[in-house]
Design a protein around this ligand. Sequence first.
Ligand code: AQP
Length: 337
Amino acid sequence: MTVERPDHSQVMLSAIQPTNRITLGNYLGAIRNWVKLQAQYQCYFFAVDLHAITVRQDPKQLLEDTYTAIATYLASGINPDECVLFVQSHVAAHSQLAWVLNCFSYMGELNRMTQYKDKSSKSGKNIPVGLFTYPALMAADILLYDTNLVPVGADQKQHIELTRDIALRMNSVYGDDTFVTPEPFIAPSGARVMDLQNPTKKMSKSAENEKGSLFLMDSPKQMQKKIKSSVTDSGSEVTYDDNKPGVKNLIDLQVALTGRTASEVVADYQGKMYGHLKADTADIIVSELEPLQKKVLQYLDDRGELQRILTKGAGAAAEKAAETLKRVYDRIGFVGL
Ligand code: AQP
């Protein structure tokens, strides 16, 4: 099965874990950039449900969150006729290549991953092995599609670098054309949206304090409330300064959503208070997200259409992934059929 798409030779790929609710950080750091870039590349976008189970998930919630992730991609403007849009667990080659890459990854390098350190510190004594080997599965996701470019938020750069290291390691053993080595694409704005309650930490779907994360499907009232109660500092002057991470985050949000520069935004608040900055930032966010929410709900109402899109995407993804997996298996010396 093939999906119609423009004949571009460069491949772009990205994904989000359908864990909990998608945040404004995921939207600005990832999805919105996918939409901007989709016309220039041959694109693969998916929901990584295999990654999601590295922490315990409620089955019903995981199912709903996976549909919602796909509906959000579509509502944001991902075109399923031009891109391959799918769910990770529908393509078995992801797990199969991940095993191979596990055998070429080193404990020391996986141990250094910031995300592993963060998430394992919250897991108590029983840290799932999947949390540790997560980057090998992510490397499989990327390498299966001969990916050139991976648009991600700044937090994922380390995982892309590791993917490159593993690919180069295998290329040196099995030949330079075994894997294409991918590059990260970090957008100039929105790359690191910070937690509203702890602005030195990035905003996350799974943040302990929900008030720190703005979820895409929050009601306008909830969004206004979260921005209004966001942590700033004891000063009062609006300046763009690393020592004022809360204020800087609000300015960055305006920059990402309006396309204006930080100094243009700051100029609006000469002689004004943080309260003005908060109120305007909330309005800008609500006017971006309200129409998006309506579209997400429309897609979620038509499960038949979602299922049709996913079946088509899974077919196209599996076809490409099987080619890469065969190439790797052949080079390793596995007997073919
Ligand atoms: N705060 C952020 N600012 C900008 N970009 C962000 N991304 C995540 N948080 C921010 C980007 O969104 C994509 C989603 O990645 P993911 O779901 O695979 O995992 P993640 O990075 O672990 O995202 P979260 O929101 O922190 O999820 P949980 O809490 O489930 O772990 C990536 O491109 C990421 O860079």
